[in-house]
Design a protein around this ligand. Sequence first.
Ligand code: ADP
Length: 443
Amino acid sequence: MRESLVFEVWLLLVLLALALLLLWMGLDPILAVLLAILPYLGHNLFYLGRLTLLIHRRHRMAPPFPRGLWGVIYRSVARHQQSGRKRRKRQVRFIRRFREAAISVPDALVILDRHQRIEWANPIAAELMNVHWPRDEGSYLTKLLPHDRLREFLAADEYLRPIELAPEHNRALTLLVRITPFGERKRQRLVVGRDITKVFHLNLIRRDFVANTSHELRTPLTVISGFLENLMDSPLTPENHRRPLQLMSSQAERMRSIIEDLLTLSRLEMEDVTTWSEPIDVPKMLRLILDEAGLLDAGEHKLVEDIAPDLLLKGNRLELRSAFSNLVFNAVIHTPSGSRVRVTWREDEDGPRFAVKDNGEGIAREHIPRLTERFYRVDKARSRTSGGTGLGLAIVKHVLNRHDARLTIESEPGRGSTFTCRFPMGIGLERSEFHSHDSPQSH
Ligand code: ADP
């Protein structure tokens, strides 16, 4: 920079000397100044014109650069151009990498604009979702992948849970479709379709296997239980055989409970959605469950109820009875005698809520997330002796899922546990809303 300034000053001094020389030679002063300034003007015009042309034509500024202040300007522009080129190269590389990643993901990716028309899709979307990009750009996804569920899912604009569907263009396929709002003001949609055909079939095989095995075990078990009962009732049975027979009979009963629970779970898994038509008289149902719970522990627990007498619920009667009774019986079975069990059925601003709170021993924090797994028990030995199958909470979770409800478990060792079922708004109804000629179901 300093060097350029010095050069510029030298240039001006040379021109000044030239003007003085011309004056000394007797030239008219105006003419002498003009003659001295002209080369400087030409020099500046030349480099200004060249710079304008280079910028206009987007040419690359390359050395050799002029000397003086023009050199500083040329070099700065060249530096600017170079950093811009590097930035662009980085962006191109990033976009290329992003594209490659989007192409190599095994899931179908489709971007929808705010009118739910296709903007972009990766190649696998052609196979999985029948979307061929760029051919189908601007088409509606629901036209290329027609499915009632997908239409409802997109229209609902609420994408908390993914949906499963068998696409029309390939019925052998099972897709798990997730939608995420993104982009400017979250108006675009990213649709991700995953091929879950294998998992779906494996699940089907597992479900059928469990259902068939349970079903097949039922008959031999009934026969064994029958003979055991006969033997226990017979006066010919030696006294010292009675105790083993009793143990065998109670174990057979336990096996029967497990089989029944496994069959219930299979049934819950087999039907996709539950029947919603029945308005259920939950207060009446709960009273029956509480009576049964009282019999279960021979009145040793203190059962307290806080039940809204006129709050009914739309749902599946058998399923809800199974879920509610599992929670109430658990509170009785898994707490020491003398414990207090409070059953609440109320509606608050979030919707209807069923809760069972006990002041038993509680459950350590690490067990809580796993309680709804099949056969997961905190204390295996104790649960077995208390007659538990380890399937109760798995059934509860399934039933609630099918009613769009949620199970929350709060527990503190030494202080007790609370199991809460939260139902969505709109499925609870007041008894008065319900006409007496359609008497609600309860048991
Ligand atoms: P189980 O047939 O053994 O009751 P569940 O699935 O209903 O099976 O429950 C799983 C486990 O959760 C139980 O074995 C028990 O250890 C624990 N549990 C459930 N409810 C309670 C409760 N109210 N208090 C303490 N532990 C509980």
